[in-house]
Design a protein around this ligand. Structure first.
Ligand code: AMP
Ligand code: TRP
Length: 344
């Protein structure tokens, strides 16, 4: 039993999260997800997945998919996720995901999926031509989490709605099959600095790999020079650096830069405003550029070292895939029995 709104689930705590192997990772992924993962591995049992089955909901180049998967693994390790403490594996190597996703397709209601804003954003005006997989993407996500009976899911704020759907699916399964508390109702872990890193070009839009402007984001593969340039070009206004939270109000571009500064330096926003408040943005951006470069340098370097040894990455992922299946397979076997299949 964990948090008050987790029902009366009595199983052990377990953390699960996933990152898609599509496009390069950016500062939002690092602060909103990877950095949190590295911290959590010291507190709880953690399972971290590279969700390549989710990636193919939109077209992927078969010649690149495996390398993209290794790249995310390298980013996990470079951000401090330790394969001797946490399970880090590729989703497609564990069959439990696809199997449980089908069962959950029969539990989730189309009305629930019709409300998912990420599908609407991704499918755009061409929803009729989007893959069915993109539509049921959040059902697969629920299967990821619940195949491990995960109780806690660290994600950025954009995943809040998908987590609510996972809870709804878990609750409806437990109820419909008269299996009280079989699945936990997983808790999102969203709070903390970096939960929503915004675009450097528009503080009202989230930093995203799909933004056509590369200047809108800091990629984990950017050189120090590129990082510094992007920070110096980040959108600000003609006012001074705010000295208090109220001076930051209504200034999303500025709030974003101060939030990034705080998350990267692990200093409070108040502390940063104390130092820079009242000053011009030039010196503030120089200081932020320095912090960004120095914090990300070791991450990028370590990522490149891992990427130079793809066999090592594969060995870790393979072993972890077996460990993941050892947890998930018995849970899915129980689900088959609960549903009532012959021979289950
Ligand atoms: P994705 O790259 O969409 O698979 O996202 C991987 C993880 O990064 C998820 O937990 C997201 O919530 C998180 N994430 C993505 N973009 C941002 C952002 N701009 N700010 C904070 N977290 C983010
Ligand atoms: N949908 C998540 C994203 O785009 C990735 C994801 C897939 C995930 N399965 C998950 C996150 C399970 C947390 C738990 O960021």
């Amino acid at each position: 039993m964990t948090d008050s709104n987790s029902g009366s689930y009595t199983g052990p705590d377990r953390v699960f999260s996933g990152v898609q192997p599509s496009g390069s990772l950016h500062l939002g992924n690092y602060l909103g997800a990877l950095k949190k993962f590295a911290r959590l591995q010291n507190e709880k049992d953690c399972v971290f997945c590279i969700v390549d089955l989710h990636a193919i909901t939109v077209p992927q180049d078969p010649a690149k998919l495996a390398d993209q998967t290794r790249e995310i693994a390298a980013a996990y390790f470079a951000a401090g996720v330790d394969p001797s403490k946490a399970i880090v594996y590729a989703q497609s190597s564990v069959r439990a995901h696809t199997e449980l996703a089908w069962y959950f397709n029969c539990v989730a209601r189309t009305g629930w999926l019709n409300r998912m804003t990420q599908f609407k954003d991704k499918a755009g005006k061409n929803a009729e031509r989007a893959s069915v997989g993109l539509y049921t993407y959040p059902v697969l996500q629920a299967a990821d989490i619940l195949a491990f009976k995960a109780t806690h899911v660290p994600v950025g704020e954009d995943q809040k709605q998908h987590l609510e759907l996972s809870r709804d699916i878990a609750g409806k399964f437990n109820h419909d099959f008269n299996a009280p508390n079989f699945f936990p109702l997983p808790e999102p872990l969203i709070k903390g600095p970096g939960a929503k890193v915004m675009s450097l070009r528009d503080g009202t839009k989230k930093m995203s790999k799909s933004d056509p402007s590369d200047a809108s984001r800091i990629n984990l593969t950017d050189t120090p020079d590129q990082i510094a340039k992007k920070v110096r070009k980040a959108k600000t206004d003609t006012g001074a650096v705010p000295a208090t939270a109220s001076e930051m109000e209504g200034r999303p571009d500025i709030a974003n830069l101060i939030g990034i500064y705080s998350a990267l330096s692990e200093r409070s926003e108040a502390d940063i405003m104390n130092e820079h408040g009242g000053g011009q943005f030039g010196p503030f951006k120089n200081a932020l550029a320095d912090v960004a470069v120095e914090t990300l340098r070791p991450v990028t370097e370590s990522m490149n070292r891992y990427l130079a040894a793809p066999d090592e990455i594969d060995a870790i992922l393979n072993k972890a895939g077996d460990a993941a299946a050892e947890i998930a397979d018995p849970i899915v076997a129980d689900v088959r029995r609960i549903i009532g299949f012959r021979g289950a």
